[in-house]
Unconditional design. Structure first.
Length: 447
């Protein structure tokens, strides 16, 4: 009887948590954080649960990386990268379905955020249209590739979350392990999705292409490209940012390079999270020195706004998730541990569904990965499942998805009558299934 009552309470709490996630998702980024905190309030004050762990490391990493990316944007560095990418893509128009997604993937790997790909999408659409290639082909895969860039980035909030000491980092996995699995599996998954997408749908007629070019967005060079001094500062800022990213990868690849300092409890090594925070903020200072931006412009940019919104979202949602799942870990272990022990990759379905609701890889990692570890799933298996947190393509309302649709003047990139039959579904499922499968194969050799 007591167990039945306990189960009823847990189910009621789950319904409350789920409802608040859905309400927050409808409100948008800040709404997720605010309603997540409402959930913490209800669980703690209403049900007497102990509050879970606040994801401070993840939040601080987002602050440090987004600060660097925002200052880079203010120097014109992001525009410089877009100009370089545009010249490359225009040199290879017939391969836009392959190179467009790969460039988006690389952009997001370097910057740690998918919001940097907004400037690439109209260029990809324009190159495809001028080549009479159906824009849906490269745009659909490019949006998905941007998400895979997040789970392949050494400086993204999601990667910072997964290697934190209370998640996979506490089991001995380092940043280099994530990159060794994520880079090849994502790269191959993108190529396969591009190959499939390239064979679906009719390409444009000459009349359709001409009409689309007439009414489509006009692509212009950035202001920095027309000013030699601004161009040089933007280029130097990019090198400064890349230096920070390279140093993060080096410290993640060679943990022995991270300092060890003495404490009252003995020697302690600098954690990877602390390393990212220190390096990226120091890199920001270097960007300011060589790029000479107006700091106010960094705060006004869309990169800063999106990043700070993500901080609030993760603060509330991840804290609510840790409070609920951490508080009932013993219950979940008793009832479903045997299932996930025999079929661990079923957990990727839970990750996929949660990411649809949260619209955030980092929030999904912080919410469900503690449960996965608590249920006894191998950290290496959880690493292979990492791409499952990109499931928010399932509903076509994420900003990059909406942007891709709006940048296609031909209307081939679209949402179908039933909402879920949209242009991004096929590429999304292909890349998710392939990258998880390849990741599982890679970890069998690593572990």
């Amino acid at each position: 009887m007591a167990e039945t009552a306990s189960t009823a309470v847990i189910l009621i709490q789950f319904v409350i948590v789920l409802a608040l996630i859905l309400i927050g998702a409808r409100q948008g980024g800040l709404g997720l954080g605010i309603y997540g905190m409402v959930g913490v309030f209800i669980l703690v004050f209403g049900f007497g649960m102990a509050p879970g762990k606040v994801p401070l490391d993840v939040m601080l990493i987002i602050v440090s990386v987004i600060t660097a990316a925002s200052v880079l944007q203010a120097t014109g560095g992001l525009d410089y990268l877009v100009d370089v990418a545009a010249r490359f893509l225009r040199k290879h128009p017939s391969r836009i379905t392959y190179f467009g997604p790969l460039v988006c993937w690389l952009f997001c790997i370097v910057a740690g955020t998918a919001h940097t790909c907004y400037s690439l999408l109209p260029i990809i659409s324009d190159v495809a249209t001028r080549s009479r290639i159906r824009p849906e082909k490269p745009l659909s895969v490019s949006v998905i590739a941007a998400s895979l860039g997040i789970t392949s980035s050494p400086v993204s909030a999601a990667t910072a979350a997964i290697i934190s000491t209370d998640l996979l980092g506490g089991s001995g996995l380092e940043l280099i392990d994530v990159l060794i699995v994520a880079w090849p599996s994502s790269f191959i998954a993108i190529l396969i999705a591009s190959w499939v997408q390239n064979r679906i749908g009719k390409d444009l007629t000459e009349e359709q292409a001409l009409a689309a070019m007439k009414h489509g967005p006009k692509i212009q060079e950035s202001a920095s490209a027309q000013d030699p001094v601004a161009h040089r500062r933007a280029r130097n800022s990019v090198w400064a940012f890349l230096f920070g990213v390279a140093l993060v990868i080096l410290l993640g690849s060679c943990p022995s390079l991270r300092p060890v300092y003495d404490t009252a409890n003995g020697p302690v090594q600098l954690t990877m999270a602390e390393s990212i925070e220190i390096v990226m903020m120091a890199a920001t200072a270097l960007i300011i020195i060589v790029g000479k931006p107006k700091i106010q412009d960094a705060v006004r940019g869309n990169v800063f706004a999106a990043g700070m919104t993500a901080v609030v979202a993760i603060f509330g949602i991840a804290w609510m998730g840790d409070t609920y799942f951490g508080g009932h870990l013993a219950y979940f272990k008793e009832h479903i541990e045997q299932i996930v022990t025999h079929y661990p990759y079923l957990f990727s379905v839970a990750l996929f569904i949660m990411s649809i609701m949260l619209f955030s890889q980092a929030a999904t990692v912080r919410t469900l990965y503690p449960l996965g570890l608590g249920l006894g799933i191998s950290p290496w298996a959880l690493l292979a499942m990492y791409p499952a947190v990109n499931g928010y393509f399932f509903l076509p309302n994420y900003p990059t998805t909406v942007a891709a649709i709006s940048f296609d003047p031909t209307g081939t990139t679209r949402v179908g009558r039933y909402l879920i039959n949209h242009s991004f579904q096929l590429a999304g499922f292909i890349t998710t299934i392939v990258s998880i499968s390849l990741g599982a194969l890679i970890v069998t050799f690593l572990h």
